[in-house]
Design a protein around this ligand. Sequence first.
Ligand code: NAP
Length: 297
Amino acid sequence: MLDSDERTGRQMSATPKVAVLGLGTMGAAMARRISGAGMATTVWNRSAGRAASFVDGPARVAGNVTGAVAGADVVLTMLFDADAVEAVFAEALPAIESHAIWLQCSTVGVEAANRFATAAAAAGIGFVDAPVLGTKAPAEAGTLTALLAGSDEDLVAVEPVIAAIATKTVRAGQAAPAASALKLAMNAWIATITAGIAQSLTIADRLGLDPALVLEALHGAPADSPYAQLKGGAMLKHGFEAQFEVVGLLKDVRLAREATPGMPQQLLAALDELYATAADGGAAHADIAAVWRAFQD
Ligand SMILES: NC(=O)c1ccc[n+]([C@@H]2O[C@H](COP(=O)([O-])OP(=O)(O)OC[C@H]3O[C@@H](n4cnc5c(N)ncnc54)[C@H](OP(=O)(O)O)[C@@H]3O)[C@@H](O)[C@H]2O)c1
């Protein structure tokens, strides 16, 4: 069913056809949710290997970017960083439908989100700035939090897609880069709390205690959080299978630094150093809980 949007003249589909560009940890799970919700979904990934699990599966696999976006009402990008998004969008642009909405979910920071919104406007397509909170398991369960900035019309058009991947939305503003700005604030918190629990476990250990006592004492206290328990528990077990890779969070800490040059940056600088130490020490593609390693000798 097609409805005409009076402001943009776009033809909106009640069950949009969706192209998902990027099948990493997050993109693959999100694509499965979207196709599982009954939307015709075409997926593409730079390395064909990651698309293999979609062959004979719920979504159509495209061999190239243009083949993925042709005919799509919503083009969702979930790629590593701004450089990747920029390169893939440039390749996609000639084949993107004039009525399409670009749903940009990768974490790219404020400058790039602005640039992408401008590029979308120049191309005459809609743009929704839509980074997400939550990691692999919430992505698989469709329980992400979507941070959203875009026009009312564009948000209505992408609503079925958002409903398939997220159970909570936060409208950060009417236009990019408001959602990307909020995402930087949120990931600074994630970086802080994860490094913080690693530090407390290490302090307890250095003082001759069982570090598990930290999580026990924290449990249910006002300063507790499910995230600290989750990541702290992973540190105790040395369970660093990637839910969110160290390189990803390091990217986001650096994006926050770049975006706030006038703010005292002692904490961001320390986080930058800690996650970089973990990455350089062999944990670049381990889970962010591996920041714990930066506190060890
Ligand atoms: N993991 C999380 O918990 C989490 C949570 C919220 C937001 N995010 C954000 O979501 C985005 C994706 O995260 P992820 O964890 O899914 O990352 P990931 O597993 O590392 O996947 C990255 C994706 O980007 C693609 N890519 C990288 N460089 C590329 C390039 N130059 N051209 C084309 N494709 C390129 C990769 O393709 P190949 O397979 O070919 O390498 C892969 O599909 C990132 O911006 C991340 O910060 C992640």
